[in-house]
Design a protein around this ligand. Structure first.
Ligand code: BGC
Length: 271
């Protein structure tokens, strides 16, 4: 029998990094409500992570929290060990944790360059490596999913749009693009799918300074043909689809969920 929409990920376990706020939080909630067990990873914000787990448990979902810095090899390994100890295995990784430390290139410190690369790029590598090891160990369980595992990288429109004063961030997301594609190519024969979601301007804490003032919002709107900011739920909907078998033939691609930000809106009247 076909699974209903709310059960389409039942029997699967998802690790979502950076899940205590913003896009990660919304993705983790949506995966859980689609039936997945979720591991809510957080770096520092313990309380909202714990609250999410409590809320999901009240709804009859299975959730656990795990504090780990995704850029630390030992902590990532421990997170996957804990997930496997609790739920038996892992089927879905959402590589979401990401930060910005913005400045003009001439004043960007090496520390700020490195920190952003460490979390946004190395963190995705470390988590993907750990997930892939588990997917390979377990193999396909046809009653659960056609794939042995799914990795969803949360990238950004800045994997292709250059971004002045954000060299570290844009470089990290450009790196995610080819990390994702290379992993997809390498792991496809093992029935592991790797894809990215590239959000545009989604209303979260990371870009609050831009959307919280009228001038900032106006500037952002000029970059969004569809005429509204994104909501975390816009990204979560795409993540649920990529995590399930409805997208079984989708591998190694980026889905832009950006209201048209990548359509060169400056050319609407120029050129
Ligand atoms: C950044 C946001 C920005 C958006 C569009 C995202 O990847 O994190 O700060 O608003 O891209 O430029």
């Amino acid at each position: 029998m076909e699974n209903t929409l709310s059960e389409r990920l039942s029997g699967q376990t998802a690790v979502v990094t950076g899940a205590s706020s913003g896009i990660g939080q919304s993705v983790a909630m949506a995966l859980a409500r689609a039936g997945a067990n979720v591991v809510i990873n957080y770096g520092t914000r313990r309380e909202p992570a714990e609250q999410m787990a409590v809320d999901l448990t009240k709804e009859g979902r299975q959730a656990m929290t795990f504090q780990a810095d995704v850029s630390r090899e030992d902590q990532v390994a421990r997170m996957f060990q804990a997930a496997i100890a609790r739920f038996g295995t892992v089927h879905i990784l959402v590589n979401n944790a990401g930060i910005q430390k913005d400045s003009p290139v001439v004043s960007m410190s090496l520390a700020d360059w490195q920190k952003v690369i460490d979390i946004n790029l190395t963190g995705q590598f470390l988590c993907a490596r750990e997930a892939a090891r588990e997917f390979l160990r377990r193999g396909v369980q046809p009653e659960i999913s056609s794939a042995a595992g799914k990795i969803i990288c949360i990238s950004s429109v800045h994997e292709i749009i250059p971004w002045a004063n954000h060299a570290n961030y844009a470089a990290s997301k450009g790196g995610v693009l080819l990390l994702m594609k290379t992993l997809a190519q390498e792991l496809a024969p093992h029935k592991i799918r790797v894809n990215s979601i590239a959000p545009g301007a989604v209303k979260t804490a990371i870009n609050r300074s831009a959307w919280s003032t009228p001038e900032g919002r106006e500037g952002m709107m000029k970059l969004i043909p569809y005429g509204r900011l994104g909501e975390p739920g816009d990204i979560a909907a795409a993540a649920v689809w990529l995590a399930g078998d409805d997208s079984d033939y989708v591998n190694g691609t980026t889905i832009f969920v950006d209201g048209g930000m990548t359509l060169y809106p400056g050319f609407t009247s120029g050129g």
